[in-house]
Write a protein that binds this ligand. Structure first.
Ligand code: ZN
Length: 362
Protein backbone atom coordinates (compact mmCIF):
# COMPACT_ATOMS: atom_id res chain seq x y z
CA UNK A 1 0.00 0.00 0.00
CA UNK A 2 1.50 3.28 -1.09
CA UNK A 3 -0.32 6.60 -0.96
CA UNK A 4 0.40 9.77 -2.93
CA UNK A 5 -1.21 12.79 -1.27
CA UNK A 6 -1.17 16.44 -2.29
CA UNK A 7 -2.72 19.73 -1.26
CA UNK A 8 -5.09 21.43 -3.67
CA UNK A 9 -4.21 24.65 -5.53
CA UNK A 10 -0.80 26.32 -5.12
CA UNK A 11 0.82 28.96 -2.99
CA UNK A 12 0.80 31.24 -6.06
CA UNK A 13 -2.67 30.33 -7.36
CA UNK A 14 -4.63 30.02 -4.21
CA UNK A 15 -7.95 28.42 -3.41
CA UNK A 16 -10.71 29.60 -1.13
CA UNK A 17 -10.00 31.98 1.71
CA UNK A 18 -12.29 33.36 4.36
CA UNK A 19 -11.95 32.62 8.08
CA UNK A 20 -9.08 30.32 7.21
CA UNK A 21 -7.10 29.88 4.01
CA UNK A 22 -7.58 26.74 1.95
CA UNK A 23 -3.99 26.35 0.73
CA UNK A 24 -2.48 26.91 4.18
CA UNK A 25 -4.81 24.45 5.85
CA UNK A 26 -4.67 21.81 3.10
CA UNK A 27 -0.87 21.98 3.36
CA UNK A 28 -1.06 21.49 7.11
CA UNK A 29 -3.47 18.56 6.79
CA UNK A 30 -1.36 16.87 4.09
CA UNK A 31 1.83 17.27 6.13
CA UNK A 32 0.22 15.88 9.26
CA UNK A 33 -1.58 13.00 7.54
CA UNK A 34 1.59 12.06 5.66
CA UNK A 35 3.67 12.06 8.83
CA UNK A 36 1.07 9.93 10.62
CA UNK A 37 1.07 7.42 7.75
CA UNK A 38 4.85 7.40 7.66
CA UNK A 39 5.07 6.85 11.42
CA UNK A 40 2.65 3.93 11.05
CA UNK A 41 4.95 2.31 8.47
CA UNK A 42 2.75 3.05 5.47
CA UNK A 43 4.52 4.24 2.34
CA UNK A 44 3.50 7.76 1.51
CA UNK A 45 4.67 10.63 -0.66
CA UNK A 46 3.31 14.15 -0.40
CA UNK A 47 3.31 17.18 -2.66
CA UNK A 48 2.54 20.89 -2.45
CA UNK A 49 2.58 23.02 -5.57
CA UNK A 50 4.55 26.18 -4.81
CA UNK A 51 5.32 26.97 -8.44
CA UNK A 52 2.20 27.26 -10.61
CA UNK A 53 0.65 30.65 -11.00
CA UNK A 54 -2.41 29.76 -13.01
CA UNK A 55 -5.09 27.17 -12.52
CA UNK A 56 -4.47 25.01 -15.55
CA UNK A 57 -0.72 24.86 -14.89
CA UNK A 58 -1.52 23.99 -11.26
CA UNK A 59 -3.96 21.18 -12.09
CA UNK A 60 -1.56 19.67 -14.61
CA UNK A 61 1.41 19.96 -12.28
CA UNK A 62 -0.37 18.19 -9.43
CA UNK A 63 -1.72 15.42 -11.66
CA UNK A 64 1.68 14.99 -13.33
CA UNK A 65 3.29 14.65 -9.93
CA UNK A 66 0.81 11.93 -8.94
CA UNK A 67 1.11 10.03 -12.21
CA UNK A 68 4.90 10.03 -11.95
CA UNK A 69 4.76 8.13 -8.66
CA UNK A 70 4.46 4.41 -8.12
CA UNK A 71 1.45 4.25 -5.81
CA UNK A 72 -1.88 2.58 -5.12
CA UNK A 73 -3.96 5.59 -4.21
CA UNK A 74 -4.12 9.27 -5.18
CA UNK A 75 -5.46 11.72 -2.61
CA UNK A 76 -6.10 15.43 -2.96
CA UNK A 77 -6.90 17.60 0.05
CA UNK A 78 -9.09 20.68 -0.30
CA UNK A 79 -11.31 22.88 1.80
CA UNK A 80 -14.76 23.91 0.67
CA UNK A 81 -16.34 27.35 0.46
CA UNK A 82 -19.87 28.59 -0.05
CA UNK A 83 -20.76 31.77 1.81
CA UNK A 84 -19.65 33.31 5.08
CA UNK A 85 -21.80 31.82 7.81
CA UNK A 86 -21.80 30.96 11.48
CA UNK A 87 -23.66 27.73 10.67
CA UNK A 88 -22.04 24.29 10.37
CA UNK A 89 -21.59 23.06 6.77
CA UNK A 90 -19.64 19.83 6.98
CA UNK A 91 -17.16 17.53 5.32
CA UNK A 92 -17.38 15.54 2.09
CA UNK A 93 -15.25 13.28 -0.02
CA UNK A 94 -15.43 13.27 -3.83
CA UNK A 95 -14.79 10.24 -6.06
CA UNK A 96 -15.44 8.65 -9.43
CA UNK A 97 -14.76 4.97 -8.72
CA UNK A 98 -13.94 4.91 -5.00
CA UNK A 99 -17.37 5.20 -3.46
CA UNK A 100 -16.65 3.03 -0.44
CA UNK A 101 -13.35 4.71 0.37
CA UNK A 102 -14.93 8.16 -0.05
CA UNK A 103 -17.75 7.15 2.28
CA UNK A 104 -15.23 5.85 4.83
CA UNK A 105 -13.18 9.06 4.69
CA UNK A 106 -16.21 11.34 4.99
CA UNK A 107 -17.66 9.48 7.92
CA UNK A 108 -14.30 9.18 9.69
CA UNK A 109 -13.64 12.92 9.34
CA UNK A 110 -17.19 13.68 10.41
CA UNK A 111 -16.85 11.51 13.53
CA UNK A 112 -13.40 12.84 14.44
CA UNK A 113 -14.25 16.48 13.88
CA UNK A 114 -17.89 16.50 14.91
CA UNK A 115 -18.49 17.93 11.42
CA UNK A 116 -21.69 17.32 9.47
CA UNK A 117 -21.23 14.32 7.17
CA UNK A 118 -22.11 15.45 3.65
CA UNK A 119 -21.01 12.01 2.56
CA UNK A 120 -19.31 10.62 -0.52
CA UNK A 121 -20.12 12.54 -3.71
CA UNK A 122 -19.55 11.24 -7.21
CA UNK A 123 -18.06 14.02 -9.34
CA UNK A 124 -17.11 13.43 -12.95
CA UNK A 125 -16.07 17.03 -13.68
CA UNK A 126 -12.91 17.31 -11.61
CA UNK A 127 -9.53 17.37 -13.31
CA UNK A 128 -7.77 15.60 -10.46
CA UNK A 129 -10.22 12.69 -10.33
CA UNK A 130 -10.44 12.43 -14.12
CA UNK A 131 -6.72 12.46 -14.82
CA UNK A 132 -4.96 10.62 -12.01
CA UNK A 133 -4.34 7.05 -13.11
CA UNK A 134 -4.79 5.23 -9.81
CA UNK A 135 -7.89 5.05 -7.59
CA UNK A 136 -8.44 8.55 -6.28
CA UNK A 137 -10.40 10.58 -3.76
CA UNK A 138 -10.59 14.33 -3.20
CA UNK A 139 -11.30 15.34 0.38
CA UNK A 140 -13.12 18.58 1.18
CA UNK A 141 -12.22 18.68 4.86
CA UNK A 142 -14.53 21.50 5.95
CA UNK A 143 -15.77 24.94 4.84
CA UNK A 144 -13.31 27.83 5.18
CA UNK A 145 -16.21 30.27 5.47
CA UNK A 146 -18.22 28.48 8.15
CA UNK A 147 -17.28 29.64 11.63
CA UNK A 148 -18.76 26.47 13.13
CA UNK A 149 -16.69 24.27 10.80
CA UNK A 150 -13.52 26.28 11.41
CA UNK A 151 -13.95 26.07 15.19
CA UNK A 152 -14.45 22.30 15.01
CA UNK A 153 -11.56 21.89 12.60
CA UNK A 154 -9.18 23.82 14.83
CA UNK A 155 -10.34 22.04 17.95
CA UNK A 156 -10.10 18.57 16.42
CA UNK A 157 -7.27 19.09 13.95
CA UNK A 158 -5.13 16.17 15.08
CA UNK A 159 -8.08 13.79 15.29
CA UNK A 160 -9.31 14.79 11.84
CA UNK A 161 -5.85 14.12 10.39
CA UNK A 162 -5.72 10.82 12.23
CA UNK A 163 -9.14 9.90 10.84
CA UNK A 164 -8.04 10.69 7.28
CA UNK A 165 -4.82 8.68 7.70
CA UNK A 166 -6.70 5.72 9.19
CA UNK A 167 -9.42 5.72 6.52
CA UNK A 168 -6.89 5.96 3.67
CA UNK A 169 -4.74 3.20 5.16
CA UNK A 170 -7.73 1.01 5.97
CA UNK A 171 -6.35 0.50 9.46
CA UNK A 172 -6.45 2.32 12.71
CA UNK A 173 -3.49 4.66 13.03
CA UNK A 174 -2.69 5.83 16.51
CA UNK A 175 -0.81 9.12 16.38
CA UNK A 176 2.62 9.02 17.98
CA UNK A 177 3.21 11.26 20.98
CA UNK A 178 4.27 14.77 20.08
CA UNK A 179 7.97 14.87 19.26
CA UNK A 180 10.12 17.70 20.51
CA UNK A 181 11.18 20.03 17.74
CA UNK A 182 14.23 18.27 16.32
CA UNK A 183 15.58 21.40 14.73
CA UNK A 184 15.98 23.21 18.02
CA UNK A 185 19.55 24.42 18.56
CA UNK A 186 18.95 25.58 22.09
CA UNK A 187 16.78 24.31 24.91
CA UNK A 188 16.70 25.43 28.53
CA UNK A 189 14.41 24.64 31.43
CA UNK A 190 14.41 26.37 34.78
CA UNK A 191 13.05 29.29 36.69
CA UNK A 192 12.68 32.74 35.23
CA UNK A 193 12.68 36.39 36.09
CA UNK A 194 11.76 39.56 34.21
CA UNK A 195 14.04 42.18 32.70
CA UNK A 196 14.10 45.31 30.64
CA UNK A 197 12.31 48.63 30.67
CA UNK A 198 12.49 51.86 32.67
CA UNK A 199 11.77 50.07 35.98
CA UNK A 200 14.48 47.43 35.69
CA UNK A 201 16.99 48.55 38.32
CA UNK A 202 18.78 45.21 38.00
CA UNK A 203 20.71 46.82 35.16
CA UNK A 204 22.51 50.12 35.18
CA UNK A 205 20.96 53.11 33.44
CA UNK A 206 23.61 52.92 30.72
CA UNK A 207 23.66 49.16 30.07
CA UNK A 208 23.09 48.01 26.51
CA UNK A 209 22.19 44.53 25.27
CA UNK A 210 24.54 41.73 24.27
CA UNK A 211 24.17 42.22 20.53
CA UNK A 212 22.48 45.61 20.42
CA UNK A 213 24.78 48.39 21.61
CA UNK A 214 23.47 51.35 19.65
CA UNK A 215 20.07 52.48 18.41
CA UNK A 216 21.41 52.20 14.84
CA UNK A 217 21.97 48.48 15.41
CA UNK A 218 18.37 48.17 16.65
CA UNK A 219 17.11 49.90 13.52
CA UNK A 220 19.36 47.82 11.26
CA UNK A 221 17.93 44.66 12.78
CA UNK A 222 14.36 45.94 12.43
CA UNK A 223 13.80 45.46 16.15
CA UNK A 224 12.56 48.99 17.01
CA UNK A 225 9.17 47.56 17.94
CA UNK A 226 10.65 45.97 21.05
CA UNK A 227 11.75 49.35 22.41
CA UNK A 228 10.10 52.50 23.71
CA UNK A 229 9.93 55.30 21.12
CA UNK A 230 12.15 57.56 23.24
CA UNK A 231 14.93 56.89 25.73
CA UNK A 232 13.45 57.03 29.29
CA UNK A 233 14.73 60.05 31.19
CA UNK A 234 17.74 59.47 33.39
CA UNK A 235 18.85 56.48 31.30
CA UNK A 236 21.09 56.03 28.30
CA UNK A 237 21.24 52.25 27.80
CA UNK A 238 19.08 50.05 25.60
CA UNK A 239 18.14 47.65 28.43
CA UNK A 240 16.10 50.37 30.12
CA UNK A 241 14.58 51.38 26.79
CA UNK A 242 13.00 47.97 26.16
CA UNK A 243 9.21 48.17 26.11
CA UNK A 244 8.14 45.88 28.95
CA UNK A 245 4.58 45.64 27.63
CA UNK A 246 5.42 45.48 23.93
CA UNK A 247 6.09 42.46 21.75
CA UNK A 248 7.56 39.63 23.77
CA UNK A 249 11.31 39.29 24.22
CA UNK A 250 13.56 36.96 26.16
CA UNK A 251 17.13 36.35 27.25
CA UNK A 252 18.87 33.02 27.81
CA UNK A 253 22.42 31.83 28.25
CA UNK A 254 22.86 31.25 24.55
CA UNK A 255 25.94 29.46 23.26
CA UNK A 256 27.17 31.80 20.52
CA UNK A 257 29.03 28.91 18.85
CA UNK A 258 25.67 27.23 18.22
CA UNK A 259 23.36 30.24 17.95
CA UNK A 260 25.54 33.20 16.95
CA UNK A 261 24.54 36.77 17.70
CA UNK A 262 23.78 37.33 14.02
CA UNK A 263 21.12 34.60 14.25
CA UNK A 264 19.71 35.70 17.61
CA UNK A 265 19.10 39.22 16.36
CA UNK A 266 17.21 37.95 13.28
CA UNK A 267 13.69 39.24 13.74
CA UNK A 268 12.26 36.36 11.72
CA UNK A 269 13.54 33.65 14.06
CA UNK A 270 11.68 33.51 17.34
CA UNK A 271 12.12 31.43 20.47
CA UNK A 272 9.28 29.32 21.82
CA UNK A 273 8.63 29.94 25.51
CA UNK A 274 6.54 27.37 27.34
CA UNK A 275 5.10 27.68 30.82
CA UNK A 276 1.92 27.00 32.65
CA UNK A 277 0.55 24.88 29.77
CA UNK A 278 0.97 27.77 27.34
CA UNK A 279 3.35 28.54 24.51
CA UNK A 280 4.31 31.91 23.10
CA UNK A 281 6.89 33.19 20.66
CA UNK A 282 9.50 35.68 21.83
CA UNK A 283 12.39 37.57 20.27
CA UNK A 284 15.81 36.79 21.74
CA UNK A 285 17.06 40.24 22.75
CA UNK A 286 19.90 39.69 25.23
CA UNK A 287 22.18 37.19 26.92
CA UNK A 288 21.29 36.28 30.51
CA UNK A 289 20.47 35.68 33.31
CA UNK A 290 23.98 36.36 34.58
CA UNK A 291 25.95 33.76 36.49
CA UNK A 292 25.04 35.23 39.89
CA UNK A 293 21.51 34.05 39.39
CA UNK A 294 22.28 30.41 38.64
CA UNK A 295 19.22 28.23 38.55
CA UNK A 296 17.39 30.73 36.43
CA UNK A 297 17.08 29.63 32.84
CA UNK A 298 15.56 32.71 31.29
CA UNK A 299 14.75 36.35 31.71
CA UNK A 300 11.50 37.33 30.03
CA UNK A 301 9.69 40.54 29.24
CA UNK A 302 7.09 41.49 31.85
CA UNK A 303 4.39 41.33 29.17
CA UNK A 304 5.43 37.80 28.23
CA UNK A 305 5.31 36.64 31.84
CA UNK A 306 1.88 38.13 32.24
CA UNK A 307 0.65 36.46 29.06
CA UNK A 308 2.02 33.13 30.26
CA UNK A 309 0.37 33.67 33.63
CA UNK A 310 3.62 33.20 35.54
CA UNK A 311 5.62 35.09 38.19
CA UNK A 312 9.31 35.37 39.05
CA UNK A 313 10.87 31.99 39.90
CA UNK A 314 8.17 30.01 38.11
CA UNK A 315 9.43 27.32 35.76
CA UNK A 316 9.75 27.92 32.02
CA UNK A 317 11.13 26.10 29.00
CA UNK A 318 12.73 27.96 26.11
CA UNK A 319 13.28 26.32 22.71
CA UNK A 320 15.16 28.12 19.94
CA UNK A 321 14.41 28.36 17.13
CA UNK A 322 10.71 27.74 17.61
CA UNK A 323 9.39 25.04 15.25
CA UNK A 324 9.22 26.32 11.68
CA UNK A 325 5.45 25.90 11.42
CA UNK A 326 4.77 28.48 14.10
CA UNK A 327 7.38 31.04 13.09
CA UNK A 328 5.90 34.24 11.70
CA UNK A 329 6.20 34.87 8.00
CA UNK A 330 9.49 36.60 7.19
CA UNK A 331 9.06 40.33 7.46
CA UNK A 332 6.16 40.14 9.86
CA UNK A 333 6.66 41.32 13.37
CA UNK A 334 5.50 38.64 15.74
CA UNK A 335 2.92 40.05 18.05
CA UNK A 336 1.55 36.91 19.53
CA UNK A 337 -1.77 37.48 21.13
CA UNK A 338 -3.36 34.31 22.35
CA UNK A 339 -2.62 30.80 23.41
CA UNK A 340 -5.19 28.36 24.70
CA UNK A 341 -4.12 25.55 26.98
CA UNK A 342 -4.45 22.14 25.37
CA UNK A 343 -4.75 23.25 21.79
CA UNK A 344 -2.74 26.25 20.79
CA UNK A 345 -3.76 29.18 18.66
CA UNK A 346 -0.91 31.42 17.66
CA UNK A 347 -1.86 34.79 16.26
CA UNK A 348 0.64 37.05 14.57
CA UNK A 349 -0.52 40.61 14.14
CA UNK A 350 -4.06 39.35 14.59
CA UNK A 351 -3.85 36.54 12.03
CA UNK A 352 -4.04 32.94 13.09
CA UNK A 353 -0.80 31.42 11.90
CA UNK A 354 -0.95 28.18 13.78
CA UNK A 355 -3.62 26.14 15.44
CA UNK A 356 -3.04 22.73 16.90
CA UNK A 357 -1.22 20.75 19.51
CA UNK A 358 1.37 22.55 21.64
CA UNK A 359 4.78 21.84 20.20
CA UNK A 360 3.49 19.89 17.23
CA UNK A 361 5.36 19.82 14.00
CA UNK A 362 3.68 19.19 10.73
ZN1 ZN B 1 -10.10 23.63 -3.52
Amino acid sequence: MKIAISSGHSTKCRGASDIIDEVDEATRVVDTVASMLFDAGIEVEKYHDTVSDDQSENLNRIVDWHNARTRDLDVSVHFNAYEHTSKPMGTECLYITQQKLAADVASAVSDAGDLINRGPKKRTDLFFLNNTAEPAVLIEVAFVDSQADVDLYRENFRWICDAIASALAGQEIVPAPEPEPEDALFQATGTCSWFGGPDDDGVSASEDLAWLETWDQVVDAGLEGYFLPTQPSGTSGLARRLDPDGPYYCACRWDYDVTPKSMLKDKDIKALVRANGRELLAQPIDWGPHEAETGRAADLSPGLMEALGIATDDEVEVIYPAPADIQPEPGERAVVKLVVTGLVDVLVNGDLVYSGQPGSRS
